[in-house]
Design a protein around this ligand. Structure first.
Ligand code: 1BO
Length: 304
């Protein structure tokens, strides 16, 4: 496939369909992987406050000399900061050292105590929790604050992540919410295609991004029989097939790697036939149904 295809967001901006994912990169890797990605031709980098790599990602971008308007940069606000949108965004932009971000996402639709001790396991064995009562502060309040950021010019688009359909419906129904999210970023791979949610988002003009496209820890997708078979036939790696499938189904995909060679190889997209695409659509059915691999179990029902 020549070049990285793009999708038009509901803001009119174009987003490259393949971007570098940076979740679970160790300290220092955010810098080197962004450097390698930009060298390899990526123009889309996905970061987050939670990944603790905004400073590294920003440094690599600034040093690259690539004109800012040729790049698409995303960052995200973590649950412990949902009540402090403006301050948190200002911290992110400062760490990145950029004038603006192309996309600012709410990482999860749940507010956690800003001063809580644990950002990943806020519910303790005794049942006490750092989750903020939604009556006190909900993701809708955060989104309303995010809308205000658009007026600063430092955020070109806002969006959501890890929202199920019910929460998106609630957001779209809120009379004080006038900006339809540009993007919903969710876990998506052949073991968890979430086709209904993808279709729902597309029907509302919300572009869908796939995180963990190779199946998160251990990248189980790379050993899947169907993926391996198609990869052999097309003479590319299994990772390229999984990434190309995400592109084929009109999503945006964020493969993460810290290895220069793999970062580069992941861009060798192939145009899947509909037959190949549908065969990959069916993988989860052959394996007993969809399998979620990233679920923080925060003590509230996040997914369906
Ligand atoms: C916990 C992070 C999931 C992907 O951003």
């Amino acid at each position: 496939m020549p070049g990285i295809p793009t999708i038009k967001l509901n803001t009119g901006a174009l987003i490259p369909q393949v971007g570098l994912g940076t979740w679970q990169s160790a300290d220092g890797d955010g810098y080197t992987s962004t450097v390698e990605a930009l060298k390899a031709g990526y123009t889309h980098i996905d970061s987050a406050m939670f990944y603790r790599n905004e400073a590294e990602v920003g440094k690599a971008i600034r040093e690259s000399g690539i004109p800012r308007d040729k790049l698409f940069v995303t960052t995200k606000i973590w649950p412990t900061d949902l009540q402090y949108v403006e301050e948190t965004f200002n911290k992110s932009i400062e760490l990145l050292g950029l004038d603006y971000v192309d996309l600012y996402l709410m990482h999860w639709p749940v507010a956690m105590n800003h001063n809580g001790n644990d950002r990943w396991y806020p519910t303790k064995p005794d049942g006490s929790t750092d989750i903020v009562d939604p009556e006190e502060w909900s993701y809708l309040d955060t989104y309303k604050e995010m809308q205000k950021l658009l007026k600063t010019g430092k955020v070109k688009a806002i969006g959501i992540s890890n929202f199920n359909q019910e929460r998106i419906e609630k957001l779209l129904a809120d009379p004080e919410i006038t900006v339809v999210p540009a993007v919903e970023q969710i876990e998506l791979h052949p073991l968890l295609p979430q086709q209904e949610l993808v279709d729902y988002c597309h029907s509302k003009g919300i572009a869908v991004e796939a995180y963990s496209p190779l199946g998160s820890t251990g990248a189980p997708i790379l050993n899947n029989e169907t993926i391996v078979k198609i990869a052999k036939k097309r003479d590319v790696s299994p990772a390229v097939i999984a990434i190309s499938w995400a592109v084929w189904r009109k999503t945006i995909v964020l493969p993460k790697s810290t290895h220069a060679e793999r970062i580069k190889a992941n861009l060798q997209l192939v145009e899947l036939t509909d037959e190949e695409g549908k065969e990959i659509d069916n993988i989860h059915k052959l394996l007993g149904g969809p399998k979620r691999l990233v679920d923080p179990q925060w003590g509230i029902k996040l997914f369906d």
